[in-house]
Design a protein around this ligand. Structure first.
Ligand code: ATP
Ligand code: MG
Length: 400
């Protein structure tokens, strides 16, 4: 070991140094507490053990021990033995209790006693250091785990936003397409009209027919552009809520339909339908972004797992007030789950569709959002062939 000794009297210090060296240790020596601390803080190779006298000028042994202990908490553990006179035992015990010293030897002592204490100390020191190393690597793994979890949550958020964009783009495509058709129809009719004018073939009835066409086409353009505008408006709201994650008051029914709008092409494609049963005036003050994510994940799961290989699936979303809470009952009439899946559904990375790109994070995120962010509870009933039903209860006023 590398041992630092602090002792103000020359003869005992020399004896101590020679003894320790004869046992094969490397010794650094100091004549008082301050000198010892400067040495301790200045050396490159860490000191394994400090053997210090108590009563010394400049800085006493207990103060030295306190400082070394504080410094060694940030680096490698240093084992501290205090040399003390019998009369100082009571004070000694206090220092001991405060964890500043590890052991003490009462003066005068003989070499064999010191040797035993040193050996015990060496063993404890290596245990303590090993312990710290384990703690440090545990802490590192834990930090790494937290970072990964945050990244996953973030990427899940982004992924659901991506899904939202795709859904809305798809929905907007229809009214924009219809508007385009109407506009080009209008263009053709104007061209025809010009031709008739040039050939002086324009009759009153032809003009009336033209005006009817213009009416119809402009009506169609107006309606479809209006629809596209609404879609974008709704999407902007959902996207902002998703990204900022702020709390605000919102209508439950209105929000459910915004979410369904962005998912519509997903469920219509498979011939499925979604029925919403929710009073229009039901509002809550909560996190709409989390709300969207929960619903999106539930619907995607019904489509991916419940309605796999099926047509005409039905999803029912019923929401009602219950005292200070809102209860959402989400039901699908799909394949349902066996007991093992039901038990593990919320576990991170549990999926029955690994080969088909399932990550098994959807329900874990749903669980965390409902129980933490939204401050509520979630329960599931399902069995094979009987469909799946979720009961979600969240407070109308979250965070109070
Ligand atoms: N509505 C449902 N009907 C049948 N099984 C379901 C339903 N919802 C969830 N499950 C089961 O629960 C498992 C876990 O769902 P979870 O959403 O966590 O993962 P995943 O959908 O497989 O993957 P992803 O991370 O892509 O969502 C699914 O693999 C599926 O077996
Ligand atoms: Mg899923």
């Amino acid at each position: 070991m590398r041992i630092l000794i602090a002792e103000d009297e020359t003869i005992p210090r020399n004896v101590l140094r020679k003894t320790l060296e004869s046992w094969g240790h490397t010794v650094i020596e100091a004549a008082n507490g301050r000198e010892a601390y400067d040495l301790y803080a200045g050396v490159q190779t860490p000191v394994d053990m400090l053997v210090t006298d108590w009563m010394m000028p400049e800085m006493d042994g207990l103060e030295l021990a306190r400082r070394v202990r504080r410094a060694s908490n940030e680096t490698l553990y240093t084992y501290i033995i205090l040399l003390t006179a019998k009369s100082d035992i009571d004070d000694m015990v206090r220092g001991f209790r405060e964890g500043e010293v590890d052991d003490y030897v009462v003066k005068p002592f003989d070499a064999s006693e010191l040797e035993v204490r040193l050996q015990v100390g060496e063993r404890l020191l290596s245990l303590e250091r090993r312990q710290r190393e384990i703690n440090r690597s545990l802490q590192e793994s834990l930090d790494e785990l937290h970072r990964t979890q945050q990244k996953l949550v973030q990427s899940e958020k982004m992924a659901s936003l991506g899904g939202l964009v795709a859904g809305v783009a798809h929905e907007i495509n229809t009214p924009v397409g219809l508007g385009l058709t109407a506009a080009s129809f209008l263009g053709r009719k104007v061209h025809d009209l010009r031709g008739m004018l040039q050939e002086e073939a324009l009759t009153r009835s032809k003009l009336e027919a033209f005006l009817d066409n213009v009416d119809e086409a402009s009506q169609s353009i107006l309606t479809n552009l209006g629809r596209a505008g609404e879609l974008i408006q709704g999407f902007k709201k959902v996207a902002v809520d998703q990204t900022t994650g702020e709390k605000r008051a919102f209508g439950v029914a209105e929000y459910i339909s915004e979410v369904l709008l962005s998912l519509r092409h997903e469920y219509r494609r498979g011939g499925h339908e979604v029925v919403v049963d929710c009073p229009d005036d039901l509002t809550i003050e909560s996190y709409p972004g989390a709300f969207v994510q929960v619903l999106t994940n539930l619907v995607m799961n019904s489509l991916m797992h419940g309605f796999e290989d099926r047509e005409n699936g039905q999803i029912t979303i019923a929401a009602r007030e219950d005292g200070d809470d809102v209860v959402v009952e989400y039901t699908d009439n799909g394949a349902g789950m066996d007991a093992k899946t039901l038990d593990n559904m919320y576990e991170p990375f549990f999926t029955t569709k690994r080969a088909r790109g399932g990550t098994g994070l959807g329900m874990q995120i749903v669980f965390n959002l409902v129980t933490q962010k939204l401050g509520g509870e979630i329960r599931c009933e399902s069995s094979p062939g009987e469909g799946t039903r979720f009961f979600i209860t969240v407070p109308k006023l979250v965070g109070k």
